[in-house]
Design a protein around this ligand. Structure first.
Ligand code: SF4
Ligand code: SF4
Length: 338
């Protein structure tokens, strides 16, 4: 019987490259976090994609690259990028909205692509499509089935908000039936469109109470159904250690305009720690996210306190009821059958 999630501490000797190779997308999801004013509108040329993959390759470390967009499969040279990344020793994942442009399944292979991840925000079209767009559920699940049939390792990313939290448990029979191996549950952030849209007084962000009463239990059920589940820690318990990934881990969030962030919460602001200039990685000057990572506060994550202060509850003495963990700190449950 599975009952407990394990917190996955930050691994030294491991680096994760979140590589946005373009910002264009065929969809307009209501919670989209892409911010073209900050991230640019460029589609990275093939040679630049190659050079930047080389720039972040480190054969002494386990390195993961996640190709992102916009919609990465809209990039005509994605398969070339996957091949190059594999040659450089990366584990490779593509995060797609499910449309799989440019015949990705036929042109790549399960040997090259370690995981193909699909974003789906509901167990049926009635829940998913009002968030991600008319007809998206049908296409996304259809291509998930094709990918599983072609032998790819398929994972699903579900972004939990007040619009879909009560349907999360219904994902389990769907994922089982399709043959999905990994389930990533994410929490909606107050960035991009999600920060401003508030129809009929609806707050997109889930409360601590709703998150804790729903997500860990569904994660256990999914693991019992044989699916490897990963979900954010969010609230630290008494006695748990706070760590900022910007200090203790190697994560790079790369955008087509050459900005490189260490923290995803900073991406809407020009505080990126690094820039790629003339093929070299150079520190950004002035006040950057690096300065924030060093601050030690009772609330835990500094950027969360600055950008989403309403996520923090205080007791009568003004002490935070919970510290907020780094948004990159995950919990996972690996089914016993794996
Ligand atoms: S698929 Fe991704 S990039 Fe495209 S609109 Fe939706 S959230 Fe934004
Ligand atoms: S989310 Fe918070 S704790 Fe994590 S890297 Fe960013 S600032 Fe640091």
């Amino acid at each position: 019987m599975i009952s407990k999630a394990k917190t996955v501490g930050f691994q030294s000797g491991e680096r994760n490259i979140f590589f946005h190779i373009l910002t264009a997308c065929n969809l307009s999801c209501r919670h989209c976090y892409i911010n073209k004013a900050q991230h640019g509108t460029e589609t990275l040329p093939r040679e630049t994609m190659e050079k930047w993959l080389e720039l972040f390759a480190d054969p002494t470390k386990k390195s993961n690259v996640i190709f992102l967009g916009g919609e990465p499969t809209m990039h005509p040279d994605l398969v070339h990028g996957i091949t190059k990344a594999k040659e450089l020793g990366y584990d490779v994942t593509v995060d797609s909205n499910g449309y799989l442009f440019h015949d990705l399944l036929e042109k790549s292979s399960p040997e090259q692509l370690d995981y193909l991840s699909f974003s789906l925000d509901g167990p049926d079209a009635e829940v998913n499509d009002p968030i991600r767009g008319e007809g998206v559920y049908e296409i996304c699940t259809g291509n998930m089935r094709k990918a599983v049939a072609a032998g790819y390792n398929v994972s699903v990313i579900y972004t939990v908000s007040n619009l879909n939290i009560k349907h999360l448990h219904r994902m389990i029979p769907l994922l089982t039936e399709i043959g999905v191996k990994r389930f990533f549950i994410q929490v909606i952030g107050l960035r991009g469109n999600s920060a401003t849209e508030n129809e009929d007084g609806l707050n997109w962000q889930v409360s601590q109470e709703d998150w804790l009463s729903v997500v860990p239990a569904v994660a256990v059920q999914a693991a019992e159904a044989g699916i490897h589940v990963t979900f954010p820690k969010v609230f630290l318990e008494e006695g748990e250690t706070f760590e900022c990934a910007g200090v203790v881990a190697e994560n790079f969030f790369i955008f087509p305009n050459g900005r490189v962030y260490r923290c995803p919460l900073c991406e809407d602001h020009p505080v990126h720690a690094l820039n790629i200039e003339n093929g070299k990685l150079v520190p950004n000057q002035g006040l950057t996210e690096d300065n924030f990572f060093q601050l030690n506060i009772a609330e835990g994550c500094v950027m969360n306190k600055l950008l989403q202060p309403d996520t923090i509850a205080y007791d009568a003495d003004g002490k935070p009821e919970h510290r907020i963990s780094c948004c990159l700190l995950k919990q996972e449950i690996i089914p016993e059958s794996i």
